[in-house]
Write a protein that binds this ligand. Structure first.
Ligand SMILES: O=C(CO)COP(=O)(O)O
Length: 265
């Protein structure tokens, strides 16, 4: 294994919460919190992932105040343009300054029957527009209880990243989010997170080689809070967190972004 130079990534997935006025309020508060607590951007890149309707307001605020925050979208169309009522293209998101796009979140896999093949096409569209996909994978409770979490998650990784070149994979983000830990308050133990995040990197190393595996950032997501983030971030193969509920509170998310100051409990 080579030494890592991966910048930790803390991404707040707001899901279907906050209108554009509330978005402006939260981003301002978050920026203020990070500044007040002297967050060092070199120690964690901070990203907010609001609903589509908030993106223009977030862009205006980030650009106008030169905030050290990146932002992204929660989903994207596989198509470039045309007859796809209700969909948003990668180009539209890139034009709004989005740096990241979440693809294959478990809520989309569950409620919109998204397959690995579709997730793969969405990741491809995201890369094609010069943005970085955050590819979500992770097992449900039954799979976990059967002890099949690694095999299940690696199959999703294989399908979601099929056909990608090593250089592309090196720049990607994969988020391991065990479904049973999402929004339940039941966080995976640091060992649980490491088991699967480590297996993801090992699979990428096997398929795409060392440069891809060493560049790829693997996030953990599922009930991350300021109080439990340090133990998770202490794991070798965890490069950041994808945060839901706690990202809606500036103080809490600010604490998560400053994981390096938090005690390992
Ligand atoms: O789904 C998640 C982030 O994408 C995790 O959500 P919670 O942090 O609310 O468990």
């Amino acid at each position: 294994m080579s030494t890592t130079t991966r910048t930790p990534l803390m991404a707040g997935n707001w899901k279907m919460n906050l209108d554009h006025a509330e978005a402006v309020h939260l981003v301002q508060k978050l920026a203020w919190t990070l500044q007040d607590k002297k967050h060092d951007p070199a120690r964690a890149e901070v990203v907010v992932i609001p609903p589509f309707t908030d993106l223009r307001s977030v862009q205006t605020l980030v650009d106008g105040d030169r905030l050290k925050l990146a932002y992204g979208a929660q989903d994207v169309s596989t198509e470039a343009s045309g007859a796809r009522t209700g969909e948003i293209s990668a180009h539209m998101l890139a034009r709004l300054g989005c740096r990241y796009v979440v693809v294959g979140h478990s809520e989309r896999r569950e409620f919109h029957a998204e397959s690995d093949e579709l997730v793969n096409a969405k990741a491809r569209a995201t890369l094609g527009a010069g943005m970085t996909p955050i590819v979500c994978v992770g097992e449900g409770l039954e799979v976990r209880q059967a002890g099949d979490q690694v095999a299940h998650t690696l199959a999703q990784v294989d399908g979601s990243l099929a056909g990608f070149g090593a250089e592309e994979v090196a720049g990607l983000v994969v988020a391991y989010e065990p479904v049973w830990a999402i929004g339940t308050g039941e966080v995976a133990t640091p060992d649980d997170a490491q088991e699967v995040c480590g297996a993801i990197r090992a699979r990428v190393r096997e398929v795409h080689g060392d440069a891809a595996a060493d560049g790829l950032r693997v996030l953990y997501g599922g009930s991350v809070k300021a109080a439990n983030v340090a133990g998770i971030m202490a794991q070798t193969d965890v490069d950041g967190c994808l945060v839901g509920g706690a990202s809606l509170q500036a103080d809490e998310f600010g604490g998560i972004c400053r994981f390096y100051d938090m005690p390992v409990l």
